[in-house]
Ligand binder design. Structure first.
Ligand code: 7RM
Length: 581
């Protein structure tokens, strides 16, 4: 299906009126828990129109995660959908949302309203090619999840419903006016909160503002993708992450771009889905994540070559370091060496691109995010806070603010200052390691805090540990990042057990399930190893550095003299999970 800018404006106005009719005012928080459907964009923009602050929660997150985010921002209303398909798997979103609302009520925060998009059933009117011709009007095309099964075989679950609380989106929209006077906002007024993992384990509410964020999203979109009016742009990220906020919702729309909104997954119904959509909509600029590239690379060249891809002009990547092998495959096989690749380094906190090539202008090096974007001044620091010149490796920091920088952590300005500005006073600290080569190119080497990056999604070791500790059998848990050929990194967990519990395959499965339920499927551990005890320093700190080496079977441990219990190390090596993949 497709929507023009005019139609989008009218729907945004309608929904903005719906929100106002529910008493939503400037500054109120609205939680949005939706799959990749047009209503998600409409809901965000409707909030922006009336000065309400949206907090989009990725639809892959669990009830606990949603509840935590609802409580933290103190929202007055939740917007969700009945259910959706992820590949051929049905996700009963309303049921998860209800669990979250129940939990939040139990914690003394009852919501009064839940607006529910009726989505299930719409996917049956599968992608009809409506957008396949060259677009006469600027618009957003939604590629609905195509279903292979006969509609009669499809499962239509019963949607849990509380008439005092729940109301269908479509019912509210049908009576709403298509005109809505916008709320006048200051450039520094709040636009949205987006939660990102923090090394303490509690998600941080990154807050962006109206003027600076939108300017930065719009400008970086324009220059980094060399946006031209005839372009058809497609970013495969989920809007639940910052990439979707900046480079599906705000950046492209602020430029009046024609863009594709895709609800499906790269491998369904087959590994050619991305390339078939590129051909169908004649996509010229394509933006995806290294984890997706590696996944498709594993499926071989044939599914790619079955499609022409001749419309493509620029390819982008984001979310994690891209290994040169995947970069070269993307460049040679997907782009047929015609398309520059923009490897864009940035963060939820930065609002938009920070280090990135400009297509066809910056000579590329596979695996390097190259140089800073306009107005960005990076530096590399050593541990003692000295700026390193020339060829160097150390902490990546930024020396001056840019329009898209986050303004605070919602409800915790103190934590904002300590997390980003305390280590090196006067500098913004990214938390990433970085190397500058002899030609001045920047190479991100990965996180240097207790964060890990699974398939482009940041998780903290602390949040996974706290999920494991939520299981009655676990007395201590330590989680480390471990290399994974597709996900980039995965979770390797060490657990010690309370007396009276035995470590069995069954328990390991229960623990994996526990983490899935507490955080969401992206956080499912790949390995769980029983540890009679964990290596610790005298002050009681678990040395994850050593556990990481044990997980990788690397016996070059360096200094272990600070450990109180070095004897445990050999045993942990002997009990390693088989990490051959
Ligand atoms: C946009 C986004 C941020 C973290 C960041 C890095 C890693 C992102 C790249 C990258 C190497 C890249 N926001 N990261 N892009 N590492 N090259 N091009 O992903 O807040 O979810 O994650 O992701 O570690 O600090 S995020």
């Amino acid at each position: 299906m497709k929507i023009t800018y005019g139609e989008l404006l009218r729907k945004v106005c309608q929904f903005a009126n719906v929100l106002r009719n529910h008493g939503v005012k400037k500054g109120d928080r609205i939680s949005i828990y939706l799959p990749m459907i047009l209503e998600l964009v409409i809901a965000m923009l409707a909030c922006a129109r009336i000065g309400a602050i949206h907090s989009v929660v990725f639809a892959g997150f669990s009830a606990d995660s949603l509840c935590e985010r609802i409580l933290d921002c103190g929202c007055s209303l939740l917007i969700t959908a009945d259910a959706f398909y992820r590949g051929d798997k049905l996700v009963n979103l309303k049921q998860i949302a209800d669990e979250a609302l129940q939990k939040s009520k139990d914690k003394g925060f009852p919501l009064k309203k839940c607006i529910v998009v009726k989505h299930l059933g719409r996917e049956e009117v599968a992608a009809d090619g409506a957008c396949s011709q060259s677009p006469p009007l600027k618009r957003l095309c939604q590629d609905v999840q195509e279903k292979k099964t006969e509609s009669s075989q499809r499962l239509h679950p019963k949607i849990p419903w509380d008439p005092r609380m729940d109301v269908w989106w479509q019912d509210l929209m049908s009576g709403a006016s298509t005109e809505c006077e916008p709320e006048w906002c200051d450039s520094e007024d709040e636009l949205f909160i987006l939660y990102t993992s923090g090394s303490t384990g509690k998600p941080k509410g990154v807050l962006h503002t109206v003027g600076g964020y939108m300017l930065y999203a719009a400008t970086s979109f324009k220059y980094v993708f060399d946006y031209q009016p005839e372009d058809v742009y497609w970013c495969t990220a989920d809007i639940g992450w910052i990439t979707g906020h900046s480079y599906i919702t705000y950046g492209p729309l602020a430029n009046g771009a024609t863009s594709v909104l895709f609800e499906g997954i790269p491998t369904y119904p087959d590994a050619g889905r991305m390339w078939s959509i590129i051909d169908k909509y004649k996509v010229t600029k394509f933006y995806t994540a290294p984890t997706a590239i590696r996944l498709l690379m594993k499926c071989g060249e044939e599914p790619v070559k079955k499609h022409s891809r001749k419309s493509l002009k620029v390819l982008g990547t984001v979310g994690e370091p891209i290994n040169p092998e995947a970069w070269l495959w993307y460049y040679r096989v997907v782009g047929e060496e015609r398309c520059p690749i923009v490897d864009t380094f940035w963060q939820t906190e930065t609002g938009g691109h920070m280090l990135t090539p400009l297509p066809a202008a910056t000579p590329m090096k596979p695996g390097s995010a190259t140089f800073p974007f306009f107005g960005v001044v990076p530096a590399i620091m050593n541990e003692s806070g000295e700026e390193l010149e020339g060829e160097a490796e150390g902490y990546l920091v930024f020396k001056q603010p840019w329009p898209g920088i986050m303004r605070t952590l919602y409800g915790n300005h103190q934590q904002f200052e300590t997390t980003y500005f305390k280590k090196f006073p006067g500098y913004y600290v990214t938390g990433d390691g970085c190397r500058r080569d002899k030609d001045g190119y920047y190479w991100i080497t990965g996180r240097i805090d207790d964060m890990l990056n699974v398939s482009g999604h940041l998780l903290s070791t602390a949040e996974v540990e706290s999920a494991l500790l939520g299981h009655g059998a676990v007395s201590e848990a330590a989680v480390v990042s471990h290399p994974h050929p597709l996900k980039g990194e995965c979770l390797y967990c060490f657990v010690t057990l309370k007396d009276g519990h035995d470590f069995t395959k069954n328990l390991a499965d229960e623990l994996k399930k526990q983490v899935r339920e507490k955080i969401g499927p992206i956080a499912t551990p790949d390995y769980i190893q029983y540890a009679p005890s964990l290596p610790k320093t005298r002050s009681g700190k678990i040395t994850r550095r050593i556990l990481r080496k044990i997980a990788q079977n690397d016996r070059d441990l360096g200094d272990i003299s600070t450990l109180v219990n070095p004897g445990i190390i050999n045993q942990l090596f002997n009990d390693r999970c088989d990490t051959k993949l």
